[in-house]
Design a binder for this molecule. Structure first.
Ligand SMILES: NC(=O)c1ccc[n+]([C@@H]2O[C@H](COP(=O)([O-])OP(=O)(O)OC[C@H]3O[C@@H](n4cnc5c(N)ncnc54)[C@H](OP(=O)(O)O)[C@@H]3O)[C@@H](O)[C@H]2O)c1
Length: 271
């Protein structure tokens, strides 16, 4: 075992959305650091592909699960309990976007977004609580976004779902303080994954340019760092943090800056 693996050996982690992007990179970073990882997402073949690429593949567990179904979430966490007995780290990372104007929203897709990005986070929190209580130095990381505290056009529902995550993180970290469970919000910026290609975009709105975006490995490193040294909230972009504060102090100024920065033909509100 390498020196890097010794400190965290035997730590047990659940990563939702582990079949691609940031979840996949996180599973890899955790396995390299000696964690045993539960990989959860819908696509079993992708989960198995990721598991096969991890350090010591046989020590990890794939749990195919559609997080939109509460009964499946409960069954998944029962499987984790039977296999690992407890959890030391839960990374709530699964989510999907929706690039569209509100008038284009399809009700079923909108409900899927809320079910995946918000309701499932609460379901996973409830079902993993007994396992975290039984864990060592337990931590939950909520993978959020720089748009959590500043609404944006074209991604209204997605940004609202991440705003809900901020509220969940703030409430839970106090609710769970008595159990010694740290709850961390991680507000990440543009990251090079298939997230933007995967999201519904019925009106072909212009998505962001991700050529200079962060790598999923960088975000995975931040998740590992939060497990080692939990913080209530970590931002990966000081500019968006400043914009969120500006939104509270002067909504008009914040709108003007945002419209200029985003481009894409949006207009600054005049009244
Ligand atoms: N990429 C960015 O620029 C960016 C920026 C800010 C925040 N984020 C956040 O980062 C997190 C990870 O996104 P990513 O960029 O890595 O995107 P991604 O590659 O599209 O990953 C999304 C993951 O969520 C899983 N998932 C989606 N719906 C699910 C469901 N119903 N049940 C179970 N799993 C489900 C997907 O797996 P299956 O399809 O196999 O189910 C996939 O593993 C998300 O919370 C996202 O909001 C990303």
């Amino acid at each position: 075992m390498s020196a890097g693996r010794q400190g965290a050996s035997l730590r047990r982690a659940l990563v939702t959305g582990a079949s691609s992007g940031i979840g996949e990179a996180t599973a890899r970073a955790l396995s390299r650091a000696g964690y045993r990882v539960v990989l959860l997402a819908r696509r079993e073949a992708e989960l198995e592909r990721v598991r096969a690429s991890l350090a010591e593949p046989d020590t990890h567990l794939c749990v195919p699960c559609d997080l939109r179904d509460a009964a499946s979430v409960a069954a998944a966490l029962s499987q984790v309990r039977a296999h690992f007995g407890a959890l030391d780290l839960v990374v709530q990372n699964a989510a999907h976007g929706y690039l569209a104007r509100v008038e284009e929203y399809e009700p079923a897709l909108l409900r899927s977004l809320v079910a995946t990005n918000v309701t499932a986070v609460l379901d996973v929190a409830r079902e993993s609580l007994p396992l975290l209580r039984a864990g060592e130095r337990p931590v939950m990381v909520l993978v959020s976004s720089i748009v959590a505290r500043r609404g944006i056009p074209g991604q209204v529902a997605y940004a609202a779902s991440k705003a809900a995550l901020s509220s969940i993180g703030e409430g839970l970290r106090i609710e769970w303080a008595g159990d010694g469970i740290a709850v961390c919000l991680l507000d990440i910026g543009l990251t090079r994954t298939a997230f933007f290609a995967n999201q519904p975009n019925p009106g072909r709105l212009r998505g962001p340019d991700i050529s200079a975006a962060d790598s999923p490995e960088r975000v995975a490193g931040e998740i590992l760092a939060l497990d080692r040294h939990p913080e209530p909230e970590r931002w990966l972009s000081w500019k968006w943090r400043a914009l969120s504060l500006l939104g509270l102090l002067s909504p008009r100024l914040s709108d003007r800056y945002l419209v200029r920065r985003m481009g894409g033909g949006w207009s600054t509100p005049g009244r």
